[in-house]
Each structure stands twice: as structure tokens, then as C-alpha cells.
Design a protein around this ligand. Structure first.
Ligand code: NAP
Length: 548
């Protein structure tokens, strides 16, 4: 370890200044706790700080993808588009930091590299890679489920003469592809947003696709002022209705409580068509068994494949773009002009499903014995999702147990919030929670409020530590797996399963059971005196000095 300065003592140390870290800091301060956010980047915003690629925008409608903890905030903020783009989301994160006077509690350009639970002091001893140290009663990992980019270990990657850009680490200065030959590797959500815009700028764009994705139209546009006024007239009511939805959003287009298999082809087509015209994730709610029954799912999948064939003029390209896996098994993509882009004369699609990319060369790449020349390569190759960030830390629980050992077969957790053997460590929007299947800001608020209530409870009861029991954790992981087993989510290789990262243990990580039952369960656990957790008194008197 690097020599460190004397540790700064805190009640709560928060890792990450995305939406989770910002709200956690605000919440901790409102409880009168000393708290500090440590952020590796040079600005706040997390996901929306890093993912600046062309076309980056949220796939949940702006009026839903925003904080609800402050009525003033939700009334005063005005979104310009139905689906906000990255610059506006980043402005929003900065506005939140200023509005709630959070900046003096956030330390930028500082990467937490190690954290160990000190059983004698009952504190987390945390260090940065530059040797700074903190000693905190509670450690909140607000480091994001999609924060560690996946850069495939392509042979020769370093040898390429031009820029290699990852969508999740896009430069802050604008990138100009005018007149260039550009490669995009990957066809997930990030690629699907970036490709139409890169195609408009580049001289030639070649997309390397391993697995075709399903994309539904966003039908993005300026936010309708009448709609905005309607939502703002009763924002709390709108939020409350969303909280009852399975995804925690989409209350204006609820799940149709009918089986796709029980209606005529005409009725089915009409329902799919109506939802396609509205756009967004609502297509998967057209019938209530689409994510549960592969036969029902196949009907929705074929509907989208039909749309691809109608849109893409070249039948071979349309066939290549038509996914074979169940729809929704990998996260559904929400696009603006993705399939249409393949009608442009400067865009070509190369299938690398059978013959992978062999090598990156100084001038481009090779696959299936053919050389392709490029001026720039864009890797839209996703993330080491849900566990990647924690697994890259020197994070140790009781007895020095490394997280890598605890999670060697998958990310064990209880309620998606805590890990047995790691007392007083809370994880926001991580594995075991429904966050991946919700509007993530809503999940963040739910988690942060649960954590804040938990800390307040400990303090009120004079307790020092809380820790998930091994039994509760094992039962929770079994529950998450059992729920996934009743869905189509296990039928393909997704990041939900860890299947996008070579060598990563396969375990279905998010909870697919819906937000309302999950939130109810979390509340019930707390109401029963934190059932499934061991709560303990201080082993000695604790003191905490304010660092302001
Ligand atoms: P992703 O969905 O994991 O897609 C990565 C793509 O790269 C896939 O097409 C993958 O192919 C391909 N790939 C990976 N390694 C490869 C290799 N060695 N050779 C060829 N292709 C390779 O990642 P993402 O698009 O960044 O999206 C990740 C998640 O972030 C999304 O599911 C979503 O939750 C979130 N996201 C949201 C938005 C939004 O709100 N609008 C935008 C972007 C991302 P395979 O499928 O074959 O593995």
C-alpha cells in the first residue's frame, strides 16, 4: 500500500458522485452526519459524465428519469426533450450538486483504491491511490452498476495508428469523424444510439456485430409543454402511480394483463402496433407473459423482426440485423433511426458472430481473413456490469476477506444492499436489487432512503454495526435465481448474467421480480427490526470529529 496521510474521520464515506452519491451525501447531511463523496472523475454525474458519445441519451422518459425527493427541484427543472440527452443530464446532475450545496462535500479526481473493515475500531479504513485515507463508520458504494467499461482483449489493440474510443470513456472535447473511415464494434444500447450520428458524419462507417439487438423507437422530440404541465400539476401523484408499476415507471402505459397467446393475431398485432407508435419499453408490456413464456415472447420478437424487414432495404442486411434470441432477454434498446441508418450508402454491417475479430492492426482490423482499414475505431463493447467496479478494488470485510474471494462464484448479497462479512457497507443499485429493471434514479432514491433510515435506526438504538447474515444472504440469492428461472432472462448471454465478460461467473445478478414487491420486502425487513441482519453494540465508545 501507498504511504498515507492521517485518516480523516467521518460518519459516512461515499464512493462515486453520480446520482447515487449526490443524493446519499444530501441525505447523510440531513441526518446531521459527517459525510464525504470521493469521485475519480473530474466532475459529478457518474454515468452521464463519462458516456458522452454521440447520441447518448436516457431510455426512460425525462419526466420519470429524475429525482423526486424534492418537490421544488422537480417543479423548477425543465427538460427540453422527451428523452434527455447526455449534456442535459449532466447539467441536471450539476444543478443538483449546486442546488443542494453539495460541492464542498465532494472530492473529485480521487480514486478510492482500498477499503478494509477494521473489526477493532468497527470502522471502514479507506484509501485512495494517492495515499489519502479516511476512517468512516459507514461506507456507501455509490459507484454505479455500469461504471467499469469492458474493453475486449483484442490482439494488437495498442498498435492501431488512429484513436480507439470507448463509448463509456468518451473524450470531453468533441470528436469529429468528418471524412473518416470509422469502425464501430458492438451493437448494444450505446452503439445503437451512436451509430446513426456517426454515420451522418463519417465518410464510411462499418459496424461489427456479434449479436443483433432488438431496438424499439424512442420517438424522441421536444418535451410537450402540455404534458409537462399536466405531470407537474400533480408530480407526487405521478410518482406514486409509477411506484406501483413493475418497472417503477411507465404508469401511462401499464402492462396489459392479458396473455399474448390468448388473443387473435389481429388483436395482438394491433396491441404491438399501438405500443410501437408510442415508442419505448412499453412494447414489452403489450401482454403480461412476454417475459415469462417463450412462445409469447416469440410473437413480440417476430413483430420487431417484421419492422426491421420493413425498414432495411437490403434483405441480407435486414436478415443480419434480425435478432434470434428472445426479446428483452438482453436489455431492449431504444433508438432513433438505428435500422434506417443501414439504408445509407456509407454504412455497412459485418457479422462477427461466427468469425470473431482476429486482430486490431496499425491500419484497422482483420476478421475472417479480411483486412479492413479505418481512421478511428469505436468500441461500444459495454461494461463489466454490476460487479466490475467493486471487484477491481482492494475491498476487504471481516477477517480481511477480499471481495474477490467472497464473490468468486458470483455476487452474494442480501436485498442487493449489503454483503455478509462486510458490516456497515451499503451498495447502491447493485446486484440483487431491481435497479437494472427500473428507472435507476428511482431505485437510487429508494436505496439511499433505506440506507439513511438504517443508519438513523442504528444511531437511535445506540448500535454500531449492521451486517447481513449468511443465511439471509443465501436465501436472497436463491430467491433472485428462482425469480429469474420463471422468466426468459436465462435464455441468452447478457450482462445481467455476467456472460459478456470472458471468465466471469454466471449468476443472474439483478432481481427480475418487479419494483413494488422488492420495495415492500425492503420495508418489511426494516420494520421487523432489520430481519436477516445482525445488529451489534459498539465494542468501545466511538467518536467522530467533523471535517465540515
Ligand atoms: P452492451 O449492451 O453490453 O453491448 C456491447 C456490445 O458489444 C454487444 O453488441 C456485444 O456483443 C459487443 N461486443 C462485446 N465484446 C465484443 C467482442 N469481443 N467482439 C465483438 N463484439 C463485442 O453494452 P452497451 O451498449 O454499452 O449497454 C450496456 C447497458 O448500458 C445497456 O444494456 C443499458 O442498460 C445501459 N445503457 C443505457 C443507455 C440508455 O439509457 N439509453 C445507453 C447505453 C447503455 P454480444 O451481444 O455478442 O456480447
Amino acid at each position: 500500500m501507498v504511504d498515507s496521510k492521517p485518516a480523516q474521520r467521518l460518519d459516512v464515506l461515499i464512493v462515486g458522485a453520480g446520482f447515487a452519491g449526490l443524493y446519499m451525501l444530501h441525505k447523510a447531511r440531513s441526518l446531521g452526519l459527517t459525510a464525504r463523496v470521493i469521485e475519480a472523475a473530474s466532475g459529478v454525474g457518474g454515468t452521464w459524465f463519462h458516456n458522452r458519445y454521440p447520441g447518448a441519451r436516457v431510455d426512460v422518459q425525462s419526466m420519470e428519469y429524475s429525482f423526486q425527493f424534492s418537490e421544488e427541484l422537480q417543479q423548477e427543472w425543465h427538460w427540453t426533450e422527451r428523452y434527455a440527452a447526455q449534456p442535459e443530464l449532466l447539467r441536471y446532475a450539476n444543478h443538483v450538486a449546486d442546488r443542494f450545496a453539495l460541492r464542498d462535500g465532494i472530492q473529485l479526481d480521487t480514486r478510492v483504491s482500498a477499503a478494509a473493515f477494521d473489526e477493532t475500531a468497527q470502522r471502514w479504513q479507506v484509501r485512495s491511490d494517492s495515499g489519502e485515507a479516511w476512517s468512516a463508520r459507514f461506507l456507501v458504494m455509490a459507484s454505479g452498476p455500469l461504471s467499469t467499461p469492458n474493453t475486449p482483449a483484442f490482439k494488437g489493440l495498442e498498435s492501431f495508428n488512429g484513436p480507439v474510443l470507448h463509448t463509456a470513456r468518451w473524450p470531453q472535447e468533441p470528436v469529429d469523424f468528418s471524412g473518416q473511415r470509422v469502425a464501430v464494434v458492438g451493437t448494444g444500447s450505446s452503439a445503437i444510439q451512436a451509430i446513426p450520428l456517426i454515420a451522418q458524419q463519417a465518410r464510411e462507417l462499418t459496424v461489427f456485430q456479434r449479436t443483433a439487438s432488438y431496438a424499439v423507437p424512442a420517438h424522441n422530440g421536444p418535451l410537450d409543454p402540455v404534458y409537462e404541465a399536466k405531470v407537474k400539476a400533480d408530480y407526487p401523484g405521478f410518482r406514486a402511480r409509477n411506484k406501483l408499476m413493475r418497472l417503477g415507471f411507465g404508469c401511462e402505459q401499464p402492462m396489459n394483463p392479458v396473455s399474448a397467446l390468448s388473443v387473435s393475431p389481429e388483436v395482438r398485432e394491433a396491441e404491438f402496433e399501438a405500443r410501437w407508435r408510442i415508442g419505448g419499453f412499453g412494447l414489452l408490456g403489450a401482454f403480461d407473459d412476454l417475459m415469462l413464456d417463450e412462445r409469447a415472447n416469440a410473437l413480440a420478437a417476430e413483430f420487431v423482426r417484421g419492422k426491421i424487414r420493413q425498414t432495411v432495404r437490403d434483405p441480407n442486411t435486414a436478415a443480419l440485423l434480425s435478432p434470434k434470441q428472445t426479446i428483452g432477454c438482453k436489455r431492449l434498446c431504444v433508438d432513433t433511426g438505428y435500422y434506417e441508418t443501414y439504408n445509407r450508402p456509407n454504412v455497412q454491417l459485418v457479422d462477427v458472430s461466427e468469425y470473431p475479430i482476429d486482430e486490431i492492426t496499425p491500419t484497422g482490423l482483420t476478421t475472417h481473413g479480411r483486412d479492413y482499414a479505418f481512421d478511428a475505431i469505436v468500441l461500444a463493447t459495454g461494461f463489466d456490469a454490476m460487479t466490475g467496479t467493486l471487484m477491481r478494488l482492494d475491498l476487504r470485510g471481516r477477517g480481511g476477506l477480499p471481495i474477490q474471494q467472497k464473490w468468486h462464484a458470483g455476487p452474494l448479497n442480501y436485498l442487493g444492499l449489503m454483503f455478509a462479512g462486510f458490516p456497515n457497507l451499503f451498495n447502491v443499485a447493485g446486484p440483487g436489487s431491481t435497479s437494472a429493471f427500473t428507472s435507476v434514479i428511482q431505485s437510487i432514491e429508494h436505496h439511499v432512503e433505506w440506507i439513511a433510515d438504517c443508519i438513523a435506526h442504528l444511531d437511535a438504538q445506540g448500535l454500531a454495526t449492521i451486517e447481513a447474515t449468511q443465511e439471509a444472504e443465501a436465501a436472497w440469492v436463491a430467491h433472485v435465481n428462482m425469480v429469474a428461472g420463471h422468466t426468459v432472462f436465462l435464455s441468452c448471454n447478457s450482462w445481467y448474467l455476467g456472460a459478456n465478460i470472458p471468465g466471469k461467473p454466471r449468476m443472474f445478478m439483478p432481481l427480475a421480480g418487479g419494483f413494488p414487491p422488492y420495495a415492500e420486502r425492503c420495508a418489511k425487513v426494516a420494520n421487523k427490526g432489520y430481519e436477516g441482519f445482525a445488529l451489534a453494540q459498539a465494542v468501545r465508545a466511538l467518536s467522530c470529529t467533523s471535517i465540515g
